[in-house]
Design a protein around this ligand. Structure first.
Ligand code: PLP
Length: 440
């Protein structure tokens, strides 16, 4: 066996991928895997699509790369317009990037520059949730609330004011309304302690990803955040890197609750796994202010290149043409019913939550106390390994916030059909039955 020069994470040796088609992948030994998490919640249209390939090769035949300050390019313009349309015109300006972390960095920096341009340089704090994940670069990591990732770098990131978000599964309060009110009160207190006029923005994922196992917000919470931002004059940033571009059954997750942000980040599924492309979407007047002040002091080399944008455009057009948001909703309901049935089979499945085709399952030692399994049991890794043996990919994590524990995401491509959803649930069911024999 040759030694790999690549290093990503400690863990068992991985199979080598051979090829993919639709919702399936095969390794070089011929084993089939159902891609139940769209890679990293990014291959939203499945694998091996001829239409995306055609759009990419057509663009490659014209030109792959031009630099954003030297040429306009038609795919960037068209994808920009498509994104604006997806927000129903609420956010009219688009800044392209190549990853989720870059999108978040761009949002943080644009927000800060907006206030320095307006003569409010004292605004230097971001408010964000614990747990949360916003990316791996130092700025995005600063607003991330996920202890294992933060720890080695805590003293060299700018950090943020970390506040709890809503946790409807573990809320101590009797009803959701009181819970949301308490969480918002804590956020207000934190802002007031720091000084309301020192806050740049509140950053939140409308549907949590890997860091929370698809934890949801609700309308009252988002309305409360909007009201806090308006009161203290800071901006509201929704990080939809993972949950945007149709993943929850609407173009953007915030549209389920009707509360509009000032800035929105998206990436992952935008290029559907075929090419990296992400975007920052902005309220027009914010951009106008920054541009009038001399322009945005920020940018990345590959931002908005023709090939990236042609790929993103082909992906968005495929979702539209094939009515895939309807399929996300229909298969999402089927998946929810199936996951609930699996939860009923095992009392150590504490919670099933999600929207569209973004579902999380949380594992607990006892369903009443909701106590997590001990960290060294590594249940999230175990369930993932068992699922992989059964031919199913899922996306696992352990939340180390002292309360929640092991969870995983089930988030297949938007193209999954009814029979494939049944197969996904069968394979997951077998993995969970095997885990049951281990934890019982
Ligand atoms: N924001 C959220 C909500 C994410 O889920 C992620 C990645 O998982 C990121 C930002 C960072 O994106 P990337 O890995 O493309 O840099």
């Amino acid at each position: 066996m040759t030694t790999s020069p690549l290093f990503y994470q400690a863990g068992p040796a991985m199979p080598e991928v051979s090829h993919g088609q639709g919702v399936f992948l095969w390794d070089t030994r011929g084993k089939e895997y159902l891609d139940g998490c769209s890679g990293a919640i990014s291959c939203n249209l499945g694998h091996g699509r001829q239409d995306i390939r055609d759009a990419m090769t057509a663009q490659l035949d014209r030109v792959a790369f031009t630099y954003r300050t030297q040429f306009e390019n038609a795919p960037a313009m068209a994808l920009g317009n498509a994104l604006v349309e997806m927000t129903e015109g609420a956010l009219k300006k688009v800044f392209f990037v190549s990853s989720g972390s870059e999108a978040v960095e761009s949002a943080l920096k644009l927000a800060r520059q907006y206030f320095t341009t307006r003569g409010e340089p004292q605004r230097r704090h971001f408010v964000s949730l614990r747990p949360s994940y916003h990316g791996s670069t130092l700025g995005a990591l600063g607003v991330t609330g996920y202890q294992p990732l933060e720890a080695p770098f805590a003293d060299i990131t700018s950090g943020s004011l970390k506040v709890p978000g809503p946790d409807f599964y573990r809320r101590p309060e009797a009803d959701r309304e009181t819970h949301v009110r308490r969480v918002l009160d804590e956020t207000r207190e934190r802002i007031e302690t720091a000084g309301g006029d020192t806050v740049i923005a509140i950053v939140v994922e409308p549907v949590g990803g890997a860091s929370t196992g698809a934890r949801l917000v609700d309308r009252a919470y988002l309305k409360g955040l909007r009201a806090l931002c308006d009161e203290f004059g800071c901006l509201l940033i929704f990080d939809e890197v993972l949950c945007g571009v149709g993943r929850t059954g609407r173009w953007f997750a915030y549209q389920h609750w009707g509360v509009v942000p000032d800035l929105l980040t998206t990436a992952k599924g935008l290029g559907a796994g075929y090419y990296p492309v992400g975007a920052l979407l902005c309220r027009e007047d914010i951009v106008e202010t920054v541009m009038a002040g001399g322009g945005f002091q920020h940018g990345h080399t590959y931002a908005g290149n023709p090939l990236a944008c042609a790929t993103g455009l082909a992906a968005v057009e495929a979702i539209r043409r094939e009515g895939l948001l309807d399929n996300v909703n229909a298969r999402g309901r089927q998946l929810q019913r199936g996951l609930e049935a699996l939860k009923a089979r095992h009392d150590w499945i504490g919670d099933v939550r999600g929207l569209g085709l973004l579902w999380g399952m949380e594992l607990v030692m006892d369903p009443v106390g909701k106590t997590p399994f001990p960290a060294d049991a590594n249940l999230f890794a175990r369930v993932t390994a068992l699922a992989k043996e059964e031919g199913l990919l899922i996306y696992p994590r352990r939340t180390l916030d002292g309360r929640a524990g092991d969870h995983f995401l089930v988030s297949p491509p938007f193209t999954i059909d009814e029979d494939e959803t049944v197969l996904l649930l069968e394979r997951l069911g077998r993995a969970l039955d095997r885990l049951d024999r281990e934890v019982a």
